[in-house]
Ligand binder design. Sequence first.
Ligand code: ATP
Length: 255
Amino acid sequence: MDIRLEGIGHSYDNVEVMREISLEIPAGRIVCIVGPSGCGKSTLLRIIGGLERPTQGRVLQIGVPPEGCLNPLTYVFQDFALLPWRSVHGNVSLVLEDHGIPDAEADEIIADVLARTKLSDFAKALPRQLSGGMKQRVAIARALAVKPAVLLMDEPLSALDSQTRELLMDDLVSLYARQPFTAIYVTHNLNEAVRLGHSIVVLSRRPGQIREVVHLDRPLQERALGDPELEARQKYLWDLMRAEARAADAELVNV
Ligand SMILES: Nc1ncnc2c1ncn2[C@@H]1O[C@H](COP(=O)(O)OP(=O)(O)OP(=O)(O)O)[C@@H](O)[C@H]1O
């Protein structure tokens, strides 16, 4: 299933947050969205997920979700959002219980997603026993369990330290290599964007408008830390954003 955004604009009261966003998110691709603080990245994700209705424009879902899909647009949040009293298995099973999936079928799905996120040995662990990186893998396993058409990822690695972030990026790449998924991935981190994005949408400061869409053709598995070509792309993105990021930062300080 593809997503198409047509002329999305949004205002809160009289504050215009974004303007004229038109974009294609093709199935099987990871589209990263970057831009200065407050330019509307999370709002755009909420609009795509149907949690907010845009003031202007529309979001189209083109084609059908994958077979067995229980929730076409599924979020992965920065803060993991796990239930502390439920085990790893229990956190994943919750979303299947919500859909009335029989136990035997649910167990099969859970075994599959825990294997894909390398959590099979931790099925009985509680969230408090897990590192931040493992918690986020549980959140990703839970999202995959509903066979989403599109993952909506809102700064999924921002709460993690830099080493854990590197490990999680590797995990996301191997997950994608085994079975490609579609994701819209909001991040502040330009290194994540060049490592994980097939295309990177650069938004201007508020009201957020598309400044440029940068496409990266190199397969994700061939992108490594310190790769000169990726570093050049990252610098290019930062050059596009620097002045506006500084202005947005000053604006926040003056509020
Ligand atoms: N529910 C709301 N009511 C009023 N204003 C809001 C609401 N949600 C967001 N905003 C404002 O809309 C603007 C865009 O917010 P949003 O969180 O989408 O930006 P962002 O690009 O994701 O920011 P950041 O990079 O800092 O996370 C900000 O000025 C924010 O204060």
